[in-house]
Write a protein that binds this ligand. Structure first.
Ligand code: ADP
Ligand code: ASP
Ligand code: MG
Length: 410
């Protein structure tokens, strides 16, 4: 049995007209002899509406009930789409996460997939030609509904393809593939025909929401070929794949620019520069599941230093409370924060073999009169925290500096 996983995002299933286009893509796969697992997101705007409702009903919604509510968005879209397929005479049925089951841990709102009963798909595909699967959701061992974090249907799709084994995964969205940066911000952005898992991982981690980070982690771990393409065109899109030794791509220093506006800077002021201070702050943050992104400690003067880090907006309140508590305990001078910051990142595996990328990026930002607040680097990435008001200029400047609008395709 030849199986293909096709995932369609919220804007692809927004209304009846869009769903008819999706049906066309599914029919295309059926015509090629595939049995199809279609993974759907909620119709666009639905998940946001449900989140808003949860916060109207409760100041701090119970996490398990919150997930039970959010998961209904996908239940709606899969039932509607399965109806549409059946209307066209296609043998199809919808399936929810718990019916498979897609087993997850109990980190509600950001649950991790533990296992997927792939044989259930195979047995249902004996009876049906298309399974319409709810993305974004799973179930705990205690039979509680979970969700996988925003954009989680990408992860559902790739994880199902991985569980099925030697199965391609096509992620359909509202752009033609992965671009050198968000094409909605920079119209000159260029489509990348092929990108490595590692680069895609950095792009996703640094804010390019075209694929959820965990979906790329899954793809890399299980070597699932992932195609990102548009529901609304017939372009081949972008192949996300593993690095090959003799590949031409390392010729290019930089493959893309990503940005993330979901950043808040928190600074613990005037802390003693002695062993144990970092641990005193970052251990309780970790214990409270707060994901810290960038960290910088200022050079110490007279044994006193400042510790600055960034978190996402949703963790601001809790991170501030913890930092203020730590500040009191270690007799720091105070805590300050800034919500109007954003991160811009330059990404490329070619950086491993080219020096000077950081210098070029800093010079470009300096020439654009943009101050860098924090810097963090990895082997294939340079990130700068800047004021949010400069983010568009920064992305465009860096995109031009590294000639991403001009590079020839591989
Ligand atoms: P879906 O609803 O299909 O899951 P998303 O909105 O999650 O779609 O992701 C697609 C969006 O990602 C695009 O509309 C685009 O604005 C944004 N995006 C950000 N960075 C990039 C990039 N480098 N390449 C392509 N799209 C990007
Ligand atoms: N519906 C969920 C969201 O809006 C999951 C997804 O779209 O992938 O985040
Ligand atoms: Mg998405």
């Amino acid at each position: 049995m030849k199986i293909l996983v096709q995932k369609f995002g919220g804007s692809s299933v927004a209304d009846l007209e869009c769903m008819k286009k999706v049906r066309g893509k599914v029919e295309g796969a059926l015509a090629e002899g595939f049995k199809v697992v279609v993974v759907l997101s909620a119709r666009s705007g639905q998940t946001n509406k449900l989140i808003e409702m949860a916060h109207q009903w409760s100041d701090e919604p119970d996490p398990a009930e919150y997930d039970a509510l959010l998961a209904t968005g996908e239940q709606e879209s899969i039932a509607l789409f399965a109806m549409l397929l059946r209307q066209a005479g296609i043998k199809a049925r919808s399936i929810l996460g718990y019916q498979v089951p897609i087993l997850t841990d109990d980190s509600y709102n950001a649950a991790r997939i533990i296992s997927i009963e792939a044989d259930y798909f195979r047995s249902e595909l004996e009876k049906y030609d298309v399974i319409v699967m709810a993305g974004f959701q799973g179930v705990t061992a205690d039979k509680r509904i979970t969700t996988l974090g925003r954009g989680g249907s990408d992860t559902s799709a790739v994880a199902i393809a991985a569980a099925l084994g030697s199965c391609d995964c096509h992620i359909y969205t509202d752009v033609d593939g992965v671009y050198t940066t968000d094409p909605r911000m920079v119209p000159e952005a260029r489509l990348i025909p092929k990108i490595y898992y590692e680069e895609m991982l950095e792009m996703a981690s640094m804010g390019a929401k075209v694929l959820q980070i965990r979906s790329v982690e899954f793809a890399k771990k299980f070597n699932v070929p992932v195609w990102v393409r548009s529901t609304f065109t017939n372009e081949p899109g972008t192949l996300v794949t593993q690095e090959e030794d003799d590949d031409m791509m390392e010729l290019y220093m930089v493959s893309g620019i990503a940005f993330d506006k979901d950043q808040v800077r928190i600074t613990l002021l005037g802390v003693p520069d002695r062993p144990g201070i970092s641990a005193a702050l970052f251990v309780p943050l970790a214990e409270n599941d707060i994901l810290v992104d960038m960290i910088v400690q200022k050079a110490s003067r007279d044994g006193i230093t400042d510790m600055t880090y960034t978190v996402s907006h949703r963790d601001l309140k809790r991170a501030l409370a913890i930092t203020e508590d730590v500040c009191a305990k270690i007799e720091g001078l105070g805590v300050e924060h800034d919500t109007k910051v954003a991160k811009v990142s330059v990404i490329g595996v070619g950086m491993r073999n080219h020096s000077g990328v950081a210098a070029q990026a800093f010079t470009a930002l300096h020439n654009a009169d943009i101050n860098i607040i924090m810097i963090s680097t990895s082997e294939i990435k340079i990130s700068c925290l800047i004021l949010e008001e400069h983010i568009e200029t920064a992305v465009k400047t860096l995109h031009t500096t590294f000639a991403l609008d001009k590079q020839e395709t591989v």
